[in-house]
Design a binder for this molecule. Structure first.
Ligand code: URA
Length: 238
């Protein structure tokens, strides 16, 4: 017989589980903020850990903080961030509310005081040290890489032009939707590209709205066939 005390103890265990993993995300973030493991810490104002949304949700991954992000400690708050928010808001997505936004590299890479692209070794080192751990706690249902640099962290040989709009599975088992970096649209903003970008965000929302909890349930989208990468169907339909 299910007694009231049994129900109470189940709820207690559940809430303890929740607070435990929340504490560990908080703890991880606090430790990250003091990181001096690579040279990038020397030029930073502060670490930019990212913005957390719900667990098992949507997680967008950029490359690294720039000037504005370094000053404010928040990802994507410059011009590209504004475009990104517009795309997200169009489809009912709001950072921190129903999605997380993280970068592979947590400190601003600079050259002569200007932003620069992180090197392959910075991506690997920082990504493995922090991003991988954040993802282990957040357990996202879908990751979205913004641009070629963050894509390369998961698929070193991939090209964003070939893979944009497709889903692939990372070696850690995350379904990854590849799309453009908003800065690319700001630089090359042909109207067709904006339309394509909008359609990607629509597709991302459709995936998130599907009542699916496994990667194979997300798979029915017909993924494209980027060369030298495995498709979802390669993983699940053998
Ligand atoms: N570009 C990125 O990739 N990340 C940011 O946080 C800002 C700009």
């Amino acid at each position: 017989m299910i007694t009231l005390s049994l129900i109470k103890s189940i709820f207690k265990i559940k809430s303890e589980e929740k607070s435990l993993s929340e504490v560990s995300l908080e703890k991880l973030t606090e430790t990250m903020k003091t990181c001096i493991a690579c040279q990038l810490h020397k030029d930073r104002t502060q670490v930019v850990p990212g913005i957390y949304g719900p667990k098992n949700g949507l997680c967008l991954i950029g490359e690294a903080p720039g000037y504005n992000e370094d000053l404010k400690g928040q990802p994507f708050i410059g011009r590209s961030g504004k475009l990104l928010d517009k795309m997200l808001n169009n489809v009912g997505l709001v950072r921190g509310k129903n999605l997380s936004i993280l970068n592979v590299v947590k400190c601003r890479p600079t050259i002569d005081g200007s932003n620069r692209t992180p090197t392959a070794s910075e991506l690997k080192f920082c990504g493995e040290k922090w991003l991988t751990k954040q993802l282990q706690i957040l357990k996202p249902k879908l990751l979205v890489t913004l641009g070629g640099i963050s894509l390369k962290f998961f698929f070193p040989k991939a090209s964003v032009t070939r893979s944009a709009g497709t889903i692939m599975v990372s070696t850690d088992g995350y379904p990854i939707f590849s799309t453009f970096h908003p800065a690319y649209l700001l630089r090359n903003g042909r109207p067709e590209l904006y339309e394509k970008y909008e359609s990607h965000f629509k597709e991302i929302t459709d995936i998130m709205n599907k009542d699916s909890s496994t990667i194979s349930e997300i798979a029915p989208l017909e993924p494209a066939k980027p060369k030298s990468q495995k498709k979802l169907t390669d993983f699940f339909e053998k």
